[in-house]
Design a protein around this ligand. Structure first.
Ligand code: IMP
Ligand code: MG
Length: 181
């Protein structure tokens, strides 16, 4: 499906895959597990924008208020394809030295984004680096990379909604929809 300028988006695209209610339940469970892991310890959440915006907000509201939050706008996608390059990693200097970091992203697909972000944070001196993704695609990773917490396993389809987009559109859909026939 292509997005035409000025097109009315009232009709949701593709087919429903994961409902808003299922997402709510799962995010609550993930937050519970993450809160137990970090109990009593300070940590910084690095959320990868824009895809993880709704996931981040729903998750952090259930995590200790002492968690620091940073949002990094990184991107590797053009349309439905990964470009193989990651743009947008910030300079970290020494501020991550000795810290515990939880990277939050919308989806683990080729592994390129997460692996580069995790390496960047480790290189900056973080002592404990974990990753949480809402979705994990069932595809062969191009880069070896795994997340410590995964919301849902999906197939190889292209999905939108709850923050995930197709060229910027459909992020605000409350559930996840598949655009693959
Ligand atoms: P990776 O670098 O290939 O693992 O992909 C990670 C990034 O690509 C995610 O953070 C998303 O922004 C984007 N992406 C991958 N698959 C999809 C999809 O099915 N729908 C929307 N965005 C996707
Ligand atoms: Mg993303």
């Amino acid at each position: 499906m292509t997005v035409r300028q000025g097109q009315d988006c009232m009709e949701p695209p593709g087919k429903a895959l994961i409902s808003a209610a299922r997402i709510r339940t799962r995010v609550k469970q993930l937050a519970g597990e993450i809160a137990v892991y970090y109990r009593g310890q300070s940590f910084t959440i690095v959320a990868l924008m824009n895809g993880s915006v709704f996931f981040l907000v729903d998750l952090v509201r259930r995590l200790p208020a002492t968690a620091r939050i940073e949002c990094w706008t990184v991107s590797s996608y053009a349309g439905r394809k990964s470009t193989g390059k990651l743009k947008g990693l910030p300079q970290l200097g020494v501020r991550f030295k000795g810290t515990r970091v939880l990277v939050v992203d919308d989806i683990l697909d080729t592994g390129l984004t997460l692996s580069k972000v995790l390496a960047h944070v480790r290189q900056a001196g973080a002592v404990d680096v974990k990753a949480c993704v809402l979705l994990r695609k069932g595809v062969a990773r191009e880069v070896s990379c795994e997340a410590d917490w995964v919301g849902f396993e999906i197939g190889s389809e292209f999905v939108v909604g709850y923050g995930l987009d197709l060229d910027g559109a459909y992020r605000a859909l409350p559930g996840i929809r598949s655009l693959t026939d």
